[in-house]
Design a protein around this ligand. Structure first.
Ligand code: CTP
Ligand code: C5P
Length: 364
């Protein structure tokens, strides 16, 4: 560095599949960003994931869009290699690579980070316990078993963490296996912007389930955000979502949905357990200027009234076209259609993790 010149910003590299992006991924990116100034995220292609892990749930285009919408991400590199090389870091001007404290291996059982670890260009952050793509797929597959008789212990609305898709529960990997996510106020604070709208801000309000936060939601929120300066998302409670979506919905509970939505760069604030009908009181409390809903159907409230009646009466209701047909139900159908492939994929991933853990604990 020449005298008087500014030090270059620290560029941090993360990579992964980022399939069915969840708040665990977002939390790892949040921690990675805190280790430097600019966060670059490399995402593997569908072909690479198929080779090393099994079929991804989402296409690469969907996965790229989801990661771009996470507020800590500065840049996305499409088609990053599965094994992180020093060339990849250098080509992207990244100082070091960051990954969660779990094990990632190639199809041949090689640690995907061995090169950067040896070169001292690897840092680790804490993996978020209790959430994984594998667990979410398990929750969705439970929906196909409704015709089974279920006892109270087996069935809890939308978040049965006991699902292990036919695997031996005594031999579960601590990474892929389901442990419980423990929501804390600290996590919410870490995810929140902590900002209130400025007096001059135009406030936009949207409400919904935002279950399994997906690309349709991202496109909708991006458009909703364009209608004002400050976007508030009201999240309905689990029993409310279950009332109007039925079956085993929501797949993610309210705490999990809060973090997924807070991680989105278009969102400024979240109402945790918003009333189903957008009332005059709610609009005046949050100084809402415009209320938006996408083109998906609007279910009536318990008393059969239109939840947007008050906003329509005030003339501040807008329908937004997200231009995206993805829905939570669509994701569940995708998973169910490919059920066998996902079961095999999950079992393989867990088996590899268990065998690596056994090797490590035997000191080999
Ligand atoms: N990650 C995390 N906490 C989780 C899940 C993932 O911190 N609960 C981190 C991983 O450690 C990694 C990054 O997110 O640094 C990207 O992970 P990815 O390649 O998508 O794979 P998985 O770890 O296999 O994710 P999952 O278990 O959800 O399939
Ligand atoms: O269905 P859910 O309650 O999660 O939807 C939240 C909001 O996102 C709703 O306004 C819905 O219309 C909108 N949405 C959309 N395009 C999609 C999926 C949802 O505009 N593909």
């Amino acid at each position: 560095m020449s005298p008087g010149s500014q030090p270059l910003p620290v560029r941090v590299w993360c990579d992964g599949c980022y399939d069915m992006v969840h708040f665990g991924h977002a939390n790892s990116l949040r921690q990675a960003k805190a280790l430097g100034e600019i966060l670059v995220v490399g995402i593997h292609t569908d072909e690479e994931i198929l080779k090393h892990k099994g079929p991804p749930v989402f296409t690469q285009e969907e996965r790229y869009k989801m990661v771009r919408a996470i507020k800590w991400v500065d840049q996305v590199v499409e088609g990053a290699p599965y094994v992180t090389t020093l060339e990849t870091l250098d080509q992207n001007d990244c100082d070091f690579c960051v990954h969660g404290d779990d094990i990632t291996m190639t199809a041949d059982g090689v640690d995907t980070y061995h090169l950067v670890k040896t070169a001292g260009r690897y840092r680790e952050v804490q993996r978020t316990a209790g959430v994984s793509t594998t667990d979410l797929v398990g929750r969705m597959l439970l929906l196909t078993r409704q015709h089974f008789r279920r006892g109270d212990l087996e069935y809890t609305i939308g978040h049965d963490s006991s699902s292990n898709m036919g695997q031996d529960s005594a031999a579960r990997s601590p990474y892929t296996g389901c442990s419980q996510f423990l929501p804390t106020t600290q996590k919410i604070i870490q995810f929140s912007n902590g900002l209130a709208p400025k007096p001059t801000d135009r406030v936009v309000y949207v409400a919904g389930a935002f279950d399994l936060f997906h690309v349709g939601h991202v496109d909708f929120l991006e458009k909703a955000r364009e209608h004002g300066d400050f976007l508030i998302v009201g999240l309905h409670t689990d029993p409310e979502v279950n009332r109007y979506k039925g079956s085993n919905f929501p797949i993610m509970n309210l705490h999990e949905r809060v973090l997924s939505v807070l991680a989105c760069k278009y969102v400024h604030e979240v109402v945790i357990g918003a009333p189903y009908s957008v009332t005059d009181e709610l609009m005046s409390h949050f100084r809402v200027n415009v209320v938006c809903h996408g083109k998906t159907p609007i279910a009536a409230d318990m008393d059969r009234s239109d939840p947007y009646a008050a906003a329509k009466k005030k003339g501040c209701f807008k329908v937004i076209d997200s231009n995206n047909t993805m829905t939570t139900e669509h994701i569940v159908q995708r998973i169910i259609r490919h059920r066998l492939e996902f079961e095999v994929r999950n079992q393989m991933k867990e088996k590899k993790e268990m065998s690596m853990l056994n090797t490590l604990s035997n000191g080999n």
